[in-house]
Ligand binder design. Structure first.
Ligand code: NCD
Ligand code: ZN
Length: 424
């Protein structure tokens, strides 16, 4: 197959390119190349072509909450968003906390996933924070890394043991940082918004004290420690200092924490309820700066689908989380790249090369010998985000109706068109 009429990011600019694909692999990439007779032509329609994106933080809800999302629906949503590798979190029912549960999850993935899915196993049995899982057995069963995402590990000594065990296996600990005592029953950021709406607040310290504690433990144990969904300036500060001290710490930020702050919450509306919460404008600016300077390593969506009924409740009752797979690239492209703040190359790096490097996954580039696992993005056409047209079962987004460009139009896996939405 020959892909024509595409643009790639090269040497700091968009350059026209053609790609020859053979047996699912990239055989050649050139500005222009001759035709082989009888060759199938794929017209990319002037789109940006990039290696498929990688999202190391999503929730697929299967097994146990298939009404919110399934492996099939969540991976279809990922493809539509331009992603070709995703890593689902273990806060499912049951939790992938034993060899048997992990094997069951792997066989469901094999059956239903339409792309590469690398699942996490939990740190503690049932994510209860009390008994460590058999990490060796879980690694052998296919665990990508270990996390209790959804809840914080409350005991420092427990986290230290988890890090020691993970380090011995050369595996990463991925942490949802939340001190339950400090977070209390909060539902929004503690500050301007909690006061204005009269809702219980979650202070930034609920996140940053865990990061500070764990950074020290990571230094002590030599474990690779990765911080999920960083949301506050104090957390960025702690991570920066830990990196400067030579600790093996990495971090991610979500699109919504880069795009929104507490002032965007006008009323008690659970579409704006997520964990960690949207914080102040100073926090948001610190996250942007942290990402740009490399303190925060990459972007992950924390795609967290919930049902309409659940999200129609008051913020006091509704579950935390918003969907992200189908809106991440367009929102970030529109806000940060179109205005010249970031380059297309930076954004795609934060969605592919960087997360893959942090987790030692094979790199994806547009070069001979790489899988033709590609995303094609229309950088020009403007559309409104319509949550009712999501492929995800979760329609819970605060970005409904937002005008965006940078819309993924086609996703290819090893030379096969896995998803196409030119006229949708
Ligand atoms: N991020 C969220 O707001 N929710 C996540 C859990 C989590 O990561 O906190 C979920 O599973 O819904
Ligand atoms: Zn989390």
């Amino acid at each position: 197959m020959k892909i024509t009429n595409a643009f790639r990011w090269k040497e700091n600019s968009l350059q026209a390119c053609e790609i020859r694909v053979k047996d699912g692999m990239i055989a050649e990439v050139k500005a222009q190349m001759g035709e082989v007779s009888g060759e199938e032509i794929f017209d990319a329609g002037g789109t940006l072509v990039a290696p498929g994106f990688t999202d190391v933080h999503i929730h697929l809800r299967e097994p146990g909450a298939e009404y919110k999302e399934t492996i099939a629906s969540g991976t279809r949503a990922a493809l539509k968003g331009g992603f070709t590798t995703v890593c689902p979190m273990p806060n499912t029912s049951p939790v992938p906390d034993t060899k048997e549960n992990m094997e069951d999850l792997m066989s469901r993935i094999k059956k239903d996933a339409v792309m590469e899915v690398l699942p996490y196993a939990s740190i503690s049995l049932g994510q209860n924070g009390e008994i460590l899982t058999d990490m060796k057995a879980l690694k052998e069963a296919g665990a990508f890394a270990f996390t209790d995402d959804g809840v914080g590990i409350q005991e420092a000594s427990f986290m230290k043991k988890a890090m020691q065990n993970a380090a011995l296996l050369g595996m990463s600990i991925v942490a949802h940082c939340e001190d339950n005592g400090l977070a209390g029953s909060g539902v929004v950021h503690e500050g301007e918004v909690s006061e204005r709406l009269g809702l219980p607040g979650i202070p930034s310290s609920a996140e940053s004290v865990h990061i500070a504690r764990d950074a020290i433990l990571a230094g002590e144990t030599g474990c690779h420690y990765h911080v999920c969904h960083v949301s506050s300036a104090s957390s960025v500060r702690v991570i920066r200092e830990a990196k400067n001290a030579g600790i093996n710490i990495t971090a991610e930020v979500t699109p919504h924490h880069l795009l929104l702050n507490e002032s965007d919450i006008h009323k008690d509306d659970a579409m704006y309820k997520m964990n960690p919460p949207l914080r102040s404008e100073e926090d948001r600016q610190a996250l942007i700066q942290g990402l740009e300077e490399g303190t925060i390593d990459f972007i992950a969506t924390d795609h967290a689908p919930h049902s309409e009924d659940e999200k129609q409740q008051s913020m006091r009752k509704a579950p935390f989380g918003i969907t992200g797979l189908e809106t991440a690239f367009p929102l970030l492209y529109t806000t940060f790249v179109k205005n010249g703040h970031w380059t297309t190359g930076q954004l795609t790096e934060w969605l592919t090369a960087k997360p893959r490097k942090v987790f030692s996954m094979s790199q994806r580039t547009l070069e001979h010998g790489q899988p033709a696992t590609l995303t094609f993005v229309d950088l020009h056409t403007e559309e409104e985000i319509d949550r009712h047209r999501f492929l995800s079962k979760g329609k819970n987004t605060p970005f409904h109706g937002v005008k965006v460009s940078g819309i993924p139009k086609c996703t290819m896996i090893e030379g096969h068109i896995a998803w196409e939405g030119w006229n949708k």
